[in-house]
Design a protein around this ligand. Structure first.
Ligand SMILES: Cc1ncc(COP(=O)(O)O)c(C=O)c1O
Length: 440
């Protein structure tokens, strides 16, 4: 596989960009410079074509460069939807109305440009609402890059320590440069462990519990039956704000978010990624009583939300088109995604069985992960202790050599889009057979 142009671009870009990448998460091997995307495909600088399951960390639910979404963006530009930066606009109102129409727990909505900004605002709102400082997050969960939540995603077991219940894990920051004292305000618990949640709520002044409903930054780790209902009940009992981070699950699994499938109602929800099919948008929404702290008449109680580019018309136009398409076509689009996901799951399981590979496939709809372990994981400890990370990495790199792009980092979710076809899935399964045949 020729990656010489990629190598040249990396070398050139490293002159002015540290590492040649603009998000640390994109620093992986093989180093590839991508130049084009369309539908289920991406192309690199050397002309290699890939069936893409990375989907830029999952926003592309409709596929790269969806004609309807991109058409709406072009129309918005032609119609003079420029950034006004004063007052309101019809289009942000339309986007908020669509969101509230899709997700029943959203009485009020605000827009940011990224998921991280939205989770940041959720912390402030929760603290202002409860008058408490401390927060609960999950081991193996990811809620953005800012202090307090940028911690404990994929740490090796030696750092995390043995599994605990009714206790917390050490705060393991993902970045240097956080101020001292951050760890004192953050409690990192095991996903799927309600006893730990109750212990933390009883023991500390907790403002909010922030968590993905499915851990989708370490593959697919689903909530056990009753877990999300249990969180609702405990948050109610202890006056804690439940912030459901739907940045990865929202719109990917249902227009009502994963919360609509689970039948639960968080206090605040965070959206991003699939909401605008690849354009930069984040959203925070939820109970009016909490959201209205953004306009509290008493300045000492008002929570600040600001941003020159908040509600920028380009991502807003993309979000409107995406949500309109998903609400209009969801009835058959989601079942089709489910069918392709099932085809992938069944095919991978069968292939593993044929080649005697110990593995399991965890999947929710169009999002899947092949784990080299003999059971579906229930939390990060389970993965860290049982999943063959080295084999996972070799497998992903071998697939890339065969024109299948799954992010070359162990446990990263595969994302099927509406632009994929059964033929894409079958070609992926054929590549998987080749990889196992080659002894990887
Ligand atoms: C669950 C979850 N929350 C928050 C974020 C942060 O979103 P962004 O990268 O748009 O800031 C991510 C990003 O991967 C995510 O997966």
């Amino acid at each position: 596989m020729d990656l010489s142009q990629s190598a040249e671009l990396f070398e050139a870009n490293r002159r002015f960009i540290p590492g040649g990448v603009v998000s640390l998460n994109r620093r992986v091997e093989p180093e590839i410079a991508f130049v084009r995307g369309k539908g289920s495909r991406v192309w690199d600088a050397d002309g290699n074509e890939y069936i893409d399951y990375h989907a830029a960390f999952a926003p592309y639910l409709l596929g790269h460069a969806d004609p309807e979404v991109d058409g709406a963006v072009r129309r918005a530009l032609d119609d003079g939807w420029t950034l006004m930066g004063s007052g309101t606009t019809p289009w942000e109102g339309r986007a908020a109305e669509l969101m509230a129409g899709c997700v029943p727990s959203l009485e009020k909505v605000q827009f940011t440009l990224s998921g991280s900004e939205a989770t940041y605002h959720a912390l402030r709102l929760s603290r202002a609402y409860t008058g408490r400082d401390q927060i609960v997050v999950m081991q193996g969960g990811y809620n953005g890059w800012h202090d307090e939540v940028a911690c404990n995603v994929m740490n090796p077991i030696e750092q995390v320590g043995p599994r605990v219940s009714r206790d917390e894990y050490p705060f393991l920051p993902m970045s240097a440069g956080m101020p001292s004292g951050v760890a004192d305000r953050v409690h990192v618990l095991n996903f799927n462990d309600l006893d730990a949640v109750e212990w933390a709520f009883k023991s500390f002044p907790v403002a909010c519990l922030m968590s993905e409903p499915i851990l989708q930054n370490v593959g697919i780790v689903k909530p056990k039956p009753g877990y999300l209902e249990g969180i609702r009940e405990l948050c109610d009992r202890y006056g804690v704000v439940w912030v459901m981070d739907e940045v990865k699950t929202g719109f990917r699994h249902a227009v009502g978010g994963y919360q609509s499938l689970a039948g639960v109602s968080p206090d605040l929800s965070i959206f991003g990624k699939a909401i605008a099919n690849g354009y930069p948008l984040g959203a925070i929404g939820g109970r009016a009583e909490i959201m209205d702290l953004f306009i509290h008449p008493d300045l000492s109680k008002r929570v600040m939300i600001a941003g020159t580019y908040n509600g920028h018309p380009v991502p807003i136009a993309a979000a409107i088109a995406t949500m309109e398409k998903l609400t209009r076509e969801g009835e058959y689009l989601y079942p089709r995604l489910e069918a392709m996901g099932k085809r992938m799951e069944d095919g991978l399981k069968e292939t593993c069985a044929v080649f005697g590979v110990t593995a399991t496939v965890a999947r929710q709809g169009s999002a899947f992960c092949l784990y080299f372990m003999d059971h579906e994981p229930t939390d990060w400890h389970d993965i860290a202790e049982h999943h063959d990370m080295a084999r996972d990495l070799r497998y992903r790199r071998a697939l890339i050599e065969r024109g299948i792009y799954q992010f070359p980092l162990p446990t990263k979710q595969g994302s099927i889009s509406a632009a994929h076809t059964d033929d894409d899935i079958d070609r992926t399964l054929e590549a998987t057979r080749e990889v196992f045949r080659s002894g990887v």
